[in-house]
Design a binder for this molecule. Structure first.
Ligand code: ATR
Length: 276
């Protein structure tokens, strides 16, 4: 058998990354001959680490914290969704071309539409946060033709900036506001803030949550996040970011290999690993 094609996830820190477990399962399931490792880059050595990886036969990378902006700058060609996100989580090396893509947003959309079974066409979406993670999901959401998208952020000016940036190319109503001003009824609420990392949650009114709204936190852990617990206490259906993680990986796998893995058994296996 020929030697496997080399892939990796690059970040700092990287030891916690679940991507190798996910891609090993995708490769086994689809019969693709590839290896996938963790690559720790020094904080000031992202580009050098990428070049060395390519010089040693690397074919593609997933990029995680804190290098998504540097990956965006390093790419010599960008997909439309990476350009809109302003960040790159997937690199593919084709000769001299470094293709930069972003599969995070479509990963979230696929988790909502395919895994949770909630179509987004005609729905009212609330996105909390206006940082890199939030920005990355806006174009994939708009492509689902929702009725309206509201962006709310602690620093409200950043929410207005994002709403304005994406309103230009879209016929969908996009508005912005502060957390305390939220009162409409939404069908989907997505927490794209990093508040959960410090066991905090965005200060939104409890009246947003009710049976019939789906609430998603983009992060995940052994226990539901504080935000998910609060939403569930008020009757909402909740979902964490593990499905998004597996779906963004599947989309990256497709970008590299042209093959779409079946994500359901991989998500189930990862959930079991997380809870073990
Ligand atoms: P990321 O790449 O995870 O998106 P980021 O670009 O630094 O990180 O953005 C972090 C987001 O989480 C921002 O929207 C931030 O709000 P501000 O713009 O007001 O800083 C939001 N955030 C972080 N901690 C938060 C908290 N405790 N409550 C509410 N929002 C928070």
């Amino acid at each position: 058998m020929t030697s496997p094609d080399r892939y990796a996830v690059i970040g700092n820190p990287i030891a916690h990354s679940k991507s190798p477990e996910i891609h090993a399962r995708f490769a086994a399931q689809t019969g693709q001959n590839l290896s996938y490792e963790r690559l720790l880059a020094p904080l000031d050595g992202f580009a050098a680490t990428v070049r060395e990886f390519v010089a040693h036969g690397g074919r593609g990378l997933n990029v995680t914290v804190p290098f998504k902006l540097e990956a965006f700058e390093m790419a010599t060609a960008l997909t439309k969704r990476a350009d809109a996100a302003g960040a790159v989580n997937t690199l593919r090396f084709d000769g001299d071309v470094i293709l930069g893509d972003n599969t995070d947003g479509i990963g979230l959309v696929n988790d909502i539409v395919a895994n949770a079974g909630v179509p987004l066409a005609g729905k009212r979406i609330l996105l909390l946060g206006a940082g890199g993670a939030a920005r990355g999901v806006i174009l994939p959401f708009l492509e689902q033709s929702p009725a309206a998208l509201t962006i709310a952020n602690r620093t409200v000016g950043k929410a207005f900036e994002l709403a304005q940036r994406f309103s230009g190319g879209s016929h969908i109503a996009i508005d912005a506001c502060a957390f305390g001003e939220l009162k409409d009824r939404f069908d989907l609420i997505v927490n794209g803030t990093s508040a959960g990392l410090s066991d905090d949650m965005p200060a939104v009114p409890a009246s947003l949550f009710h049976p019939g709204v789906l609430v998603i936190d983009m992060v995940y852990g052994k226990e539901p996040t504080r935000f998910m617990q609060f939403a569930a206490q008020h009757g909402a259906a909740t979902r964490d970011g593990l499905g998004m993680l597996v779906e963004q990986a599947a989309e990256s796998f497709f970008v590299w290999r042209g093959v779409r893995p079946d994500t359901a058994p991989v998500l189930a296996a990862l959930r079991a690993l997380l809870q073990a």
